[in-house]
Design a protein around this ligand. Structure first.
Ligand code: TXA
Ligand code: MG
Length: 311
């Protein structure tokens, strides 16, 4: 298959309406989009990514009002969508029957999200609901540029909509809204503190059994470059080497093959996955990643860094 590079969201929408697979930019990461109502297209998404069949997909909507078409919108879910959509938030709700089986991966819930990126909204406005997992090969870091999508999926999907690098750089906050209070399954740019302004009892799912049951994605290897990721507490702990890369807020000592020095935690989140991929392209064996305080986006950033370091 030849993967077409597109500039016009109308062309991307045409590919998708025909049942094709097209990667699109969102404000978090690039997503591999397909019609949420087409079982065959949904199956092809799993195949193109090499995604385990037990990991459900997020249904992306052009407008929060469309959520009722795929899910039973709970009061908690409604409040979250009112407050944070469009934006980097995914809400898990009781599913309506009739979705293609791959969308829910056999669960009785469906995840919905209204992305904020103008290109994504332009596509969604012309297609209706789209599934869109991150547009990487399963297990690789999520793509924050269209070039990263091409590196992973060239020849496996119909098209890529070329947009700017993504703004947030890490995936959306996933919140279970099936119960009385929101439960964070995956931290992201919408922070627990922001959720607690609406729901003081909001909490993050406990690691272990509860997480595995409610959040299939956490069972799988994630966000990992080929290089080994080592967490370092400060530049004093740096070990520069010609086969190593550095990423962090501090200036490292000389001697790293690549050094990414970020302005703040937001900038770090924005640049992290691209730095992982750049180290892999250069064949480096190690990435030293400086830890950040776990406040604001720092919580999500440390979640991704720890997963990468465990892999
Ligand atoms: O920012 C994002 O969310 C990006 C962009 C493209 O929108 N998408 C994304 O999709 O990260 P993906 O498939 O890579 O991650 C979706 C996460 C997985 O951890 C999955 O297990 C979880 O959401 N998820 C999806 N449906 C779920 C459900 N019904 N219940 C619990 N978790 C669910
Ligand atoms: Mg993903």
């Amino acid at each position: 298959m030849r993967t077409r590079l597109l500039q016009d969201p109308a062309d991307a929408a045409a590919v998708l309406r025909d049942g094709g697979l097209c990667a699109i930019p969102t404000e978090t990461v690039y997503g591999l989009a397909a019609r949420a109502d087409a079982a065959d297209a949904v199956r092809r998404v799993f195949k193109a990514k090499g995604r385990p069949g037990d990991n459900p997909l997020i249904v992306h909507l052009g407008d929060a009002g469309e959520a009722d078409g795929v899910a039973h919108v709970t009061d908690v879910g409604r409040a979250l969508l009112d407050a944070f959509a469009p934006g980097p938030l995914t809400v898990v709700l009781p599913a309506r029957p009739g979705l293609p089986p791959g969308v829910t991966a056999g669960l009785d819930t469906a995840a919905v999200r209204v992305p904020a990126a103008p290109l994504a909204l332009a596509v969604l406005g012309a297609t209706g609901p789209l599934v869109a997992p991150s547009a990487n090969r399963s297990g690789r870091p999520s793509p924050t540029t269209w070039q990263a999508v091409v590196d992973d999926l060239d020849g496996r999907i119909d098209a890529v909509l070329q947009g700017p690098p993504t703004d947030v750089g890490i995936e959306s906050t996933v919140v279970d809204a099936t119960g009385e209070t929101p439960l964070v399954l995956r931290p992201g740019a919408v922070t627990l503190d922001a959720l607690r302004e609406l729901f003081p009892d909001a909490r993050t799912v406990d690691a272990g059994a509860e997480a595995a049951r409610r959040s299939p994605g956490v069972r799988h290897r994630h966000y990992a470059p080929r290089a080994r990721v080592r967490l370092v507490t400060s530049a004093d702990r740096a070990e520069p080497a010609p086969e190593a890369a550095w990423i962090g807020l501090s200036e490292p000592p000389r001697g790293y093959a690549q050094a990414t020095v970020c302005d703040d935690a937001d900038d770090y989140a924005r640049r992290l996955f691209d730095a992982f991929r750049r180290a892999d392209r250069a064949g480096l064996g190690r990435i030293d990643a400086e830890v950040v305080p776990e406040v604001g986006i720092g919580v999500a950033l440390m979640d991704r860094l720890r997963r990468a370091a465990q892999a």
